[in-house]
Design a binder for this molecule. Sequence first.
Ligand SMILES: Cc1cc2nc3c(=O)[nH]c(=O)nc-3n(C[C@H](O)[C@H](O)[C@H](O)COP(=O)(O)O)c2cc1C
Length: 157
Amino acid sequence: MEKEWRQALEKMTYGIYVLTTSWKEEINGMIASWVSQVSYEPPLVMAAIHRDRYSHSLIEKGRHFALHVLAKKQSDYLERFRGPDPAARFASIEWVTGKSGCPILKDSVAYIECEVNDILTPGNHTLFIGEIKDAGVFSDEVILSTLDFARTYTGKA
Ligand SMILES: Cc1cc2nc3c(=O)[nH]c(=O)nc-3n(C[C@H](O)[C@H](O)[C@H](O)COP(=O)(O)O)c2cc1C
């Protein structure tokens, strides 16, 4: 990609979410910011996930994912959810198993739990389109976004 295109993309803003998923006994969580609502009726959201991510294989197999809005004060989650051991990402934080089987982080601001209803592969990130099956708000904290982060995710991380 041309340098200036990348620099322009870095000027875009996004939320910073924890995406969780599960398949059988396996669970995982990762930071994702290429996330958007894409329909009201039916209620659909989309997450764009690089095909090399461990989460990608779990979503393909489990066909569900949950998105968590984070509080501004939870910027340490960026470190927590990038380590090599998926189990360590959930250590010492409170979570429950959601209706679909995804981990739901109890100290997030809000969660949105989805079943995959469509998968598009327009480029190197797969668009997982999920129909909302459950959602909830846990707090009114100010939310975390890429405005609080030194850089914006532009596809390389
Ligand atoms: C702020 C931020 C936003 C990110 N957004 C995405 C994203 O939208 N899609 C994606 O595939 N990776 C994204 N990443 C990279 C993944 O979080 C990272 O590669 C993670 O380790 C993948 O975990 P996994 O392989 O266990 O699934 C982002 C990273 C950061 C720091």
